[in-house]
Design a protein around this ligand. Structure first.
Ligand SMILES: Cc1cc2nc3c(=O)[nH]c(=O)nc-3n(C[C@H](O)[C@H](O)[C@H](O)COP(=O)(O)O)c2cc1C
Length: 211
Protein backbone atom coordinates (compact mmCIF):
# COMPACT_ATOMS: atom_id res chain seq x y z
CA UNK A 1 0.00 0.00 0.00
CA UNK A 2 2.65 2.44 -1.14
CA UNK A 3 0.01 4.99 -2.08
CA UNK A 4 -0.75 5.65 1.59
CA UNK A 5 2.62 7.28 2.14
CA UNK A 6 3.15 8.81 -1.30
CA UNK A 7 3.03 12.60 -1.74
CA UNK A 8 2.10 13.43 -5.31
CA UNK A 9 2.83 16.88 -6.68
CA UNK A 10 -0.27 18.10 -8.52
CA UNK A 11 1.71 20.42 -10.76
CA UNK A 12 1.88 24.08 -11.49
CA UNK A 13 -0.76 24.64 -14.19
CA UNK A 14 -2.97 27.35 -12.70
CA UNK A 15 -6.70 27.78 -12.78
CA UNK A 16 -7.31 31.49 -13.03
CA UNK A 17 -10.59 33.37 -13.02
CA UNK A 18 -9.60 35.01 -16.31
CA UNK A 19 -9.32 31.56 -17.99
CA UNK A 20 -12.89 30.64 -17.10
CA UNK A 21 -16.05 31.43 -19.02
CA UNK A 22 -18.98 33.19 -17.34
CA UNK A 23 -21.35 30.25 -17.90
CA UNK A 24 -20.38 27.27 -15.68
CA UNK A 25 -22.17 24.81 -18.03
CA UNK A 26 -19.87 25.91 -20.85
CA UNK A 27 -16.90 25.66 -18.50
CA UNK A 28 -17.96 22.15 -17.48
CA UNK A 29 -18.45 21.10 -21.12
CA UNK A 30 -14.94 22.34 -21.95
CA UNK A 31 -13.45 20.31 -19.08
CA UNK A 32 -15.45 17.20 -20.06
CA UNK A 33 -14.15 17.43 -23.64
CA UNK A 34 -10.61 17.77 -22.27
CA UNK A 35 -11.18 14.74 -19.99
CA UNK A 36 -12.38 12.72 -23.03
CA UNK A 37 -9.29 13.74 -25.02
CA UNK A 38 -6.86 13.06 -22.14
CA UNK A 39 -8.21 10.30 -22.18
CA UNK A 40 -9.85 9.71 -18.78
CA UNK A 41 -11.57 6.30 -18.56
CA UNK A 42 -15.34 6.88 -18.29
CA UNK A 43 -14.95 10.69 -18.06
CA UNK A 44 -18.72 11.08 -17.66
CA UNK A 45 -18.80 8.99 -14.45
CA UNK A 46 -19.54 10.86 -11.24
CA UNK A 47 -20.28 10.04 -7.63
CA UNK A 48 -23.84 11.00 -6.72
CA UNK A 49 -24.56 11.74 -3.08
CA UNK A 50 -28.14 11.68 -1.78
CA UNK A 51 -29.84 11.84 1.63
CA UNK A 52 -31.88 8.85 2.84
CA UNK A 53 -35.19 9.19 4.73
CA UNK A 54 -33.36 8.92 8.03
CA UNK A 55 -30.98 11.75 7.06
CA UNK A 56 -28.09 9.41 6.27
CA UNK A 57 -25.91 10.38 3.29
CA UNK A 58 -25.32 7.63 0.70
CA UNK A 59 -23.31 7.73 -2.52
CA UNK A 60 -22.72 5.73 -5.67
CA UNK A 61 -21.29 6.20 -9.16
CA UNK A 62 -23.58 6.96 -12.11
CA UNK A 63 -22.97 8.18 -15.68
CA UNK A 64 -23.73 11.64 -17.03
CA UNK A 65 -26.06 11.15 -20.01
CA UNK A 66 -26.91 14.70 -20.99
CA UNK A 67 -25.94 18.31 -20.36
CA UNK A 68 -28.32 21.23 -20.96
CA UNK A 69 -29.50 23.54 -18.18
CA UNK A 70 -28.83 20.59 -15.89
CA UNK A 71 -26.84 17.40 -15.53
CA UNK A 72 -28.75 14.26 -16.63
CA UNK A 73 -28.38 10.70 -15.42
CA UNK A 74 -30.62 7.64 -15.70
CA UNK A 75 -31.47 5.01 -13.15
CA UNK A 76 -34.11 2.79 -11.57
CA UNK A 77 -36.67 5.05 -9.85
CA UNK A 78 -37.34 2.30 -7.26
CA UNK A 79 -33.66 1.91 -6.32
CA UNK A 80 -32.22 3.09 -3.03
CA UNK A 81 -31.17 6.38 -4.64
CA UNK A 82 -34.60 6.66 -6.30
CA UNK A 83 -36.35 6.39 -2.93
CA UNK A 84 -33.91 8.84 -1.37
CA UNK A 85 -34.64 11.36 -4.14
CA UNK A 86 -38.41 10.94 -3.64
CA UNK A 87 -38.01 12.18 -0.07
CA UNK A 88 -35.21 14.73 -0.53
CA UNK A 89 -34.04 15.79 -3.96
CA UNK A 90 -30.95 17.64 -2.74
CA UNK A 91 -27.85 16.08 -4.29
CA UNK A 92 -24.11 16.44 -4.65
CA UNK A 93 -22.28 15.17 -7.73
CA UNK A 94 -18.49 14.73 -7.80
CA UNK A 95 -16.50 14.27 -11.00
CA UNK A 96 -12.96 13.10 -10.08
CA UNK A 97 -10.56 13.45 -13.00
CA UNK A 98 -7.56 12.67 -10.79
CA UNK A 99 -5.05 11.97 -13.60
CA UNK A 100 -5.68 15.57 -14.73
CA UNK A 101 -5.52 16.92 -11.17
CA UNK A 102 -9.08 18.12 -11.63
CA UNK A 103 -12.33 17.76 -9.72
CA UNK A 104 -15.77 19.29 -10.24
CA UNK A 105 -18.37 19.33 -7.45
CA UNK A 106 -21.97 20.12 -8.31
CA UNK A 107 -24.69 20.80 -5.74
CA UNK A 108 -28.34 21.16 -6.62
CA UNK A 109 -31.74 19.53 -6.87
CA UNK A 110 -32.57 16.45 -8.95
CA UNK A 111 -36.00 16.12 -10.58
CA UNK A 112 -37.35 13.42 -12.88
CA UNK A 113 -37.21 14.25 -16.57
CA UNK A 114 -40.41 13.84 -18.59
CA UNK A 115 -41.49 10.26 -19.45
CA UNK A 116 -40.98 11.12 -23.15
CA UNK A 117 -37.38 12.19 -22.53
CA UNK A 118 -36.71 8.98 -20.57
CA UNK A 119 -38.29 6.88 -23.33
CA UNK A 120 -36.18 8.60 -26.01
CA UNK A 121 -32.98 7.97 -24.08
CA UNK A 122 -33.95 4.37 -23.21
CA UNK A 123 -34.35 3.66 -26.93
CA UNK A 124 -30.67 4.56 -27.50
CA UNK A 125 -29.41 1.95 -25.01
CA UNK A 126 -28.04 -1.44 -26.12
CA UNK A 127 -30.69 -4.17 -26.03
CA UNK A 128 -28.89 -6.02 -23.21
CA UNK A 129 -29.04 -2.93 -21.00
CA UNK A 130 -32.71 -2.49 -21.87
CA UNK A 131 -33.47 -6.10 -20.87
CA UNK A 132 -31.46 -5.65 -17.66
CA UNK A 133 -33.60 -2.65 -16.72
CA UNK A 134 -36.58 -5.06 -16.64
CA UNK A 135 -34.62 -7.93 -15.07
CA UNK A 136 -33.03 -6.17 -12.10
CA UNK A 137 -34.93 -4.82 -9.12
CA UNK A 138 -32.06 -2.47 -8.44
CA UNK A 139 -30.86 -2.27 -4.81
CA UNK A 140 -32.96 -5.24 -3.62
CA UNK A 141 -31.33 -8.41 -2.23
CA UNK A 142 -31.36 -11.61 -4.31
CA UNK A 143 -30.54 -15.19 -3.30
CA UNK A 144 -27.76 -15.85 -5.82
CA UNK A 145 -26.09 -14.88 -9.10
CA UNK A 146 -27.96 -17.79 -10.69
CA UNK A 147 -31.29 -16.29 -9.63
CA UNK A 148 -30.25 -12.97 -11.18
CA UNK A 149 -29.25 -14.67 -14.45
CA UNK A 150 -32.65 -16.40 -14.43
CA UNK A 151 -34.41 -13.02 -14.12
CA UNK A 152 -32.40 -11.75 -17.12
CA UNK A 153 -33.29 -14.82 -19.18
CA UNK A 154 -36.97 -14.45 -18.27
CA UNK A 155 -36.99 -10.79 -19.31
CA UNK A 156 -35.04 -11.59 -22.49
CA UNK A 157 -37.60 -14.27 -23.40
CA UNK A 158 -40.50 -11.92 -22.67
CA UNK A 159 -39.29 -9.43 -25.30
CA UNK A 160 -37.78 -11.98 -27.72
CA UNK A 161 -40.44 -11.43 -30.39
CA UNK A 162 -40.34 -7.63 -30.19
CA UNK A 163 -38.05 -5.35 -32.19
CA UNK A 164 -37.95 -2.74 -29.45
CA UNK A 165 -37.80 -3.33 -25.73
CA UNK A 166 -40.16 -0.78 -24.11
CA UNK A 167 -38.96 1.43 -21.25
CA UNK A 168 -39.96 0.02 -17.86
CA UNK A 169 -42.12 2.53 -15.96
CA UNK A 170 -39.69 2.35 -13.03
CA UNK A 171 -36.68 3.40 -15.12
CA UNK A 172 -35.83 6.93 -16.24
CA UNK A 173 -33.78 10.06 -16.04
CA UNK A 174 -33.14 12.74 -13.47
CA UNK A 175 -31.93 16.26 -14.18
CA UNK A 176 -29.73 17.91 -11.56
CA UNK A 177 -30.31 21.66 -11.65
CA UNK A 178 -27.28 23.14 -9.91
CA UNK A 179 -27.05 25.96 -7.38
CA UNK A 180 -23.28 25.65 -6.92
CA UNK A 181 -20.50 24.34 -9.16
CA UNK A 182 -16.91 24.15 -7.97
CA UNK A 183 -13.95 23.70 -10.32
CA UNK A 184 -10.86 22.40 -8.52
CA UNK A 185 -7.34 22.23 -9.92
CA UNK A 186 -4.51 20.60 -7.97
CA UNK A 187 -1.36 22.70 -7.43
CA UNK A 188 2.02 22.18 -5.82
CA UNK A 189 2.33 22.23 -2.02
CA UNK A 190 -1.40 21.53 -1.69
CA UNK A 191 -2.00 25.19 -2.62
CA UNK A 192 -4.80 24.18 -4.96
CA UNK A 193 -7.07 26.46 -7.01
CA UNK A 194 -10.82 26.40 -6.26
CA UNK A 195 -13.19 28.52 -8.32
CA UNK A 196 -16.87 28.36 -7.35
CA UNK A 197 -19.93 29.49 -9.33
CA UNK A 198 -22.93 30.31 -7.13
CA UNK A 199 -26.36 30.77 -8.64
CA UNK A 200 -27.57 34.33 -8.02
CA UNK A 201 -30.98 34.68 -9.67
CA UNK A 202 -30.40 34.62 -13.45
CA UNK A 203 -26.66 34.94 -13.18
CA UNK A 204 -23.70 33.25 -11.55
CA UNK A 205 -21.46 34.83 -8.94
CA UNK A 206 -17.87 33.59 -8.94
CA UNK A 207 -15.60 33.31 -5.93
CA UNK A 208 -12.26 31.75 -5.11
CA UNK A 209 -11.93 29.49 -2.08
CA UNK A 210 -8.84 28.65 -0.06
CA UNK A 211 -7.58 25.14 -0.67
C1 LIG B 1 -18.68 3.47 -13.67
C2 LIG B 1 -20.06 3.19 -13.12
C3 LIG B 1 -21.15 3.70 -13.78
C4 LIG B 1 -22.45 3.46 -13.30
N1 LIG B 1 -23.51 4.06 -13.93
C5 LIG B 1 -24.74 3.90 -13.41
C6 LIG B 1 -25.84 4.63 -13.98
O1 LIG B 1 -25.69 5.43 -14.92
N2 LIG B 1 -27.07 4.41 -13.45
C7 LIG B 1 -27.27 3.57 -12.39
O2 LIG B 1 -28.41 3.42 -11.95
N3 LIG B 1 -26.25 2.90 -11.82
C8 LIG B 1 -24.99 3.05 -12.31
N4 LIG B 1 -23.94 2.41 -11.72
C9 LIG B 1 -24.20 1.51 -10.56
C10 LIG B 1 -24.35 2.37 -9.30
O3 LIG B 1 -23.08 2.78 -8.84
C11 LIG B 1 -25.12 1.65 -8.18
O4 LIG B 1 -24.51 0.41 -7.88
C12 LIG B 1 -26.59 1.42 -8.54
O5 LIG B 1 -27.16 2.52 -9.22
C13 LIG B 1 -27.42 1.14 -7.28
O6 LIG B 1 -27.28 2.25 -6.41
P1 LIG B 1 -28.29 2.48 -5.18
O7 LIG B 1 -28.52 1.14 -4.55
O8 LIG B 1 -27.57 3.43 -4.26
O9 LIG B 1 -29.55 3.09 -5.74
C14 LIG B 1 -22.63 2.65 -12.15
C15 LIG B 1 -21.50 2.14 -11.48
C16 LIG B 1 -20.24 2.42 -11.95
C17 LIG B 1 -19.04 1.92 -11.19
Amino acid sequence: MDSLSRHEDYGSTPLHESHMVADPFEQFAAWLVEAEAFPIYEPNAFVLGTIDDDGKPTARTVLLKGLDDGFLFATNYLSRKGHALDGNNTVTAVFGWYAMHRQVIIEGEATKVSPEESTDYFATRPRGSQVAAWASEQSRPIASRDALEQQFEDADRRFAGETDVPRPPHWGGFRIVPTRIEFWKGRSNRMHDRIVYLRDGDRWAVERLQP
